[in-house]
Design a protein around this ligand. Sequence first.
Ligand code: SAM
Length: 233
Amino acid sequence: SLSQRLYKVAAYLPEGSHFADIGSDHAYLPCYVCLQDKTARAVAGEVNQGPYESAKNEVTSHSLQDRIDVRLGNGLEVLEVNEVNQIVIAGMGGPLIRDILEAGKEKLGAVQRIIVQPNIDSRSIRRWFLNNGYSLVEESILEESGHIYEILVAEQGDPEQPYDKKQIEKELWLGPYLLKQGGETFWKKCQEELDKKRYVLEQMKKASSVDQDKVDGINNEIIWLKEVLDYDR
Ligand code: SAM
């Protein structure tokens, strides 16, 4: 059965979707989606030979070859222009996901929805969405096997961006919807982040030369985290 993380990602795909799962590894996600929804079709992209073979085997074992095309290649290079309507990129770092989207921009014409699950640094993707005509429409956070995961959903076009100009940097970092929604998992993440920031600050103060801009930046982030933890609960 699918992990809670990928299950949640799958739930953001509309019925009958024709989507790409980039960095598909075992192709668990597209297989699950296509078994649940007989009208769904997918491209599973993989840059590495081993995972590519695993994906092919998984798809064949479910006899889904006619609806899931497994392709070997880097990022969105495996896609034709206007081929898919949704893209999923899960289980990688935010900067890598952003770089894959940026490098494959010309393939995004028909892509109405992008669903990402960055393991770290979701800010880099929020910023990329903001600067590239995608509006963040939903966010969720979950904990599984001792890890906290964020999922971001963005749509093409010009719907309202969810940011408040006065605190856009805080929202790009922590997530505008997550900040509004709160919840135990989000607060736990913020607490962990606060502990990390305080530790980094301690270490910096011990160093012989202090980069005051960096210290100010971290102090600012500590204020944002305390706003979440002190006032929202
Ligand atoms: N998406 C799956 C998930 O969330 O469970 C698998 C995540 S796995 C940690 C990351 C996968 O992305 C690996 O199989 C890796 O080979 C693949 N990958 C990394 N960079 C890639 C790229 N530029 N293009 C396609 N696949 C990539």
